[in-house]
Write a protein that binds this ligand. Structure first.
Ligand SMILES: *Cc1c(COP(=O)(O)O)cnc(C)c1O
Length: 350
C-alpha cells in the first residue's frame, strides 16, 4: 500500500509550522527563543513554558504500556482530534468519501460534514457486525472511498467486531480502516494493536477518557504506520496537547493498578446490573456488552426514559438509530447509582 498516494496533495506539499522548541534539539538552560514569560506563571506552578509539541515523554510511556513503538503513536486533544485530522489529511473535500457502518459513534459523520466530505452508510447486519459483502460490493466501483470507520466494541451497540470480518475488510480496502477501540479495555478481546505491523492501512484509536477515567483531561491516541503518524504530526495544531494534560496523562499511566482495579469493578458491576435488569417485565432485550455500558431494549422506552429523568437519572436515548428501536444506552454506574436505577425501574413495574 502506498500511503503517500492516499494523502491529499496539498497536505503532501505542506511546509508545516515549526515552533521555537522544535527547531532546537540540543541542550540549553536559558530559553529566550519563544517569547514566553521568563519570570514565571501567575499561578506559581511551572506553566510559563510551551509544552512539548512532539509529546516525547508521554509517547515513550505509552509505548511501554501499549507495546507499540513511539513512532507509531500520535496523541491528540481527545480521539475526536485524531478523527478530524485523519479526515482532513486524507479526504479531498467534495471528492473523496468516508464509509460509516451505523449504528455507530456520531462524531465520524460530524467530522466528515465539517470537512465537506460525504459519508456513505452501509449498516451493520442483524448481529451488529460489518456486512462484508455489501461493503465489498460498494467498494468495487467506488474508488473515492478513502476512509472506513469501525468501532469495536461499538458505541452504542456494545459488541466487538469479529476478527475475521476486520481481516477481510483490511485485505480488500485500499484506503484507511480506522478502528476505534475507545472501549477495548473493558472487553475480553485483545484488540488490534499487535496487528499494526501486518496492516499499513490500519489506524487504531484509543483514549484515556473511559477506562482510565480521564475524560476531563482530553487525551486520545492514534496508532498506525509511522508514515501516517508523521502526517498527523505535520498538520496538527502545534500545541494540540497542553502541558497540564501531558502531565496528568503521565501521572495516570503511573497509576496502572488503579486503572486495572476500576476496570474489574466496572465489569463486575455490569454483570450485577444485567442480572437485575433481566427479570424486569419492561426489559425486552439486553445486548451482549464488551464495553462499560449496556444497550437495552424496553417495551416502552420513552416512558422509562422520562421516569428515570424525573428521578434525576439520565441515560442515552438511542432508539432512533438503525437497529436500535426502543433502546436506551445505560452506562454502568457505581453500586449505589445502579441500585437507584434498578429501584426506580422496579417501582414502575408495580
Ligand atoms: C467516548 C468515545 C471516544 C472518546 O473520545 P475522546 O475524544 O477521546 O474523549 C471515542 N470513540 C468512541 C466511540 C467513544 O464512544
Amino acid at each position: 500500500m502506498n500511503i503517500e498516494n492516499l494523502v491529499r496533495p496539498n497536505i503532501k506539499r505542506l511546509k508545516p509550522y515549526r515552533s521555537a522548541r522544535e527547531e532546537f534539539d540540543g541542550k540549553a538552560d536559558i530559553f529566550l527563543d519563544a517569547n514566553e514569560n521568563s519570570m514565571g506563571s501567575t499561578v506559581g506552578q511551572d506553566l510559563n513554558r510551551y509544552p512539548d509539541p512532539m509529546h516525547r515523554n508521554l509517547k515513550a510511556e505509552l509505548s511501554r504500556h501499549k507495546n507499540v513503538s513511539a513512532n507509531r503513536i500520535f496523541v491528540g486533544n481527545g480521539s475526536d482530534e485524531a478523527i478530524d485530522l485523519l479526515i482532513r489529511a486524507f479526504c479531498e473535500p467534495g471528492q473523496n468519501t468516508v464509509m460509516l457502518m451505523p449504528p455507530t459513534y456520531g462524531m465520524y459523520k460530524v467530522s466528515a460534514d465539517i470537512n465537506a466530505t460525504e459519508t456513505v452508510q452501509i449498516p451493520l447486519d442483524q448481529d451488529f457486525q460489518p456486512d462484508v459483502n455489501a461493503v465489498c460490493q460498494y467498494l468495487a466501483n467506488h474508488a473515492e472511498v478513502k476512509i472506513i470507520f469501525l468501532c469495536s466494541p461499538n458505541n452504542p451497540t456494545a459488541n466487538l467486531m469479529e476478527d475475521k470480518r476486520l481481516e477481510q475488510l483490511l485485505n480488500v480496502f485500499n484506503g484507511l480502516l480506522i478502528l476505534d477501540e475507545a472501549y477495548i479495555d473493558f472487553s475480553d478481546g485483545t484488540g488490534w494493536l499487535n496487528q499494526l505491523d501486518q496492516h499499513p492501512n490500519l489506524v487504531i484509536l484509543q483514549t484515556l477518557s473511559k477506562a482510565w477515567g480521564m475524560a476531563a483531561v482530553r487525551l486520545g491516541m492514534a496508532f498506525a504506520d509511522p508514515r501516517i503518524i508523521d502526517i498527523l504530526y505535520k498538520i496538527k495544531p502545534p500545541y494540540n496537547v497542553n502541558g497540564l494534560t501531558q502531565h496528568m496523562a503521565l501521572q495516570a499511566l503511573q497509576n496502572r493498578q488503579i486503572y486495572v482495579t476500576m476496570v474489574e469493578t466496572i465489569r463486575h458491576q455490569k454483570n450485577v446490573l444485567i442480572n437485575a435488569l433481566e427479570p424486569l417485565k419492561q426489559v425486552k432485550r439486553i445486548f451482549p456488552s464488551d464495553a462499560n455500558f449496556l444497550l437495552v431494549r424496553f417495551a416502552e422506552h420513552q416512558q422509562i426514559y422520562e421516569q428515570l429523568m424525573q428521578n434525576g437519572i439520565i441515560v442515552r436515548d438511542r432508539s432512533k438509530m438503525p437497529g436500535c428501536q426502543s433502546c436506551l444506552r445505560i452506562t454502568v454506574g457505581t453500586q449505589e447509582e445502579n441500585n437507584k436505577l434498578i429501584q426506580v425501574l422496579k417501582e414502575m413495574e408495580s
